[in-house]
Design a protein around this ligand. Structure first.
Ligand code: CA
Length: 227
């Protein structure tokens, strides 16, 4: 595999430079942008991963993510934000981000997430199959979810989480197992991360997200998929 390239979109120079230096030491090719406009221009170089700050001088970094996904571009995106509210996290993940890291953070934590996302990206695609439940069809090979025939966008980890659960119908899966098996080598997401993803998934696949029939909470343990 060629050296992965990373675009760091961050307007705080100390963070931008710190991250750039550290990533370069790890062997990545790094480009930087300090605004939404610069980021959109830098995307033409097709980076493997984008680390995206939300508060930028000319707008919300999520614009960059929306622009990418609107074009059907699945480039990995990690959203950073000083806004730590659950709604903001869900917004970022629903916008198609692969991960979301709140500030303040440690550089090392960010680096671990970057590695985890790039590693997932380089893994071989899962074998093709179709999983159906309710009026939902998950085309595993194409990584496309349809609800009543309508295509529904899934963030990368929403897809991985749904696939892991749906392949084991009726089995209760603990949050720790999900962290190990779905989030993999990244030890920084918390069980809260899983809950955010389940919440986002329910809004997409459940007829009534408040009374889920397929992605069921198993109190104090984790989740179970019922077809
Ligand atoms: Ca900022």
């Amino acid at each position: 595999m060629s050296t992965p390239s990373i675009l760091v979109v961050e307007d705080e120079l100390s963070i931008q430079r710190g991250l750039q230096e550290q990533l370069q030491r790890e062997g990545y090719r790094v480009a930087v942008a300090g605004s939404v406009a610069q980021a959109l221009a830098a995307l033409t170089a097709r980076p493997d991963l984008v680390v995206l700050d939300r508060r930028l001088p000319d707008g919300d970094g999520l614009q960059v993510l929306h622009d990418l996904r609107a074009r059907g571009d699945r480039t990995a995106v990690i959203v950073l934000s000083a806004r730590g509210q659950p709604d903001d996290r869900v917004q970022g993940l629903e916008g198609g981000a692969d991960d979301y890291v709140g500030k303040p953070f440690h550089l090392r934590a960010r680096l671990a997430r970057i590695k985890a996302v790039l590693q997932r990206r380089s893994e071989a695609p899962v074998s093709a199959a179709t999983i159906c439940f309710g009026d939902v069809v998950l085309d595993v090979g194409a990584r496309v979810l349809r609800c009543s025939g309508r295509v529904v966008e899934l963030a990368r980890m929403e897809f991985e989480l749904l696939l892991y659960l749906a392949r084991q119908p009726g089995r209760t899966v603990s949050r720790n197992e999900l962290l190990d098996r779905v989030w993999g080598h990244d030890r920084f997401p918390t069980t809260r991360t899983i809950d955010y993803h389940v919440l986002a998934l329910r809004k997409k696949v459940e007829a009534d997200p408040a009374a889920p029939r397929h992605l069921v909470t198993v109190h104090r343990v984790g989740y179970r998929f019922d077809p």
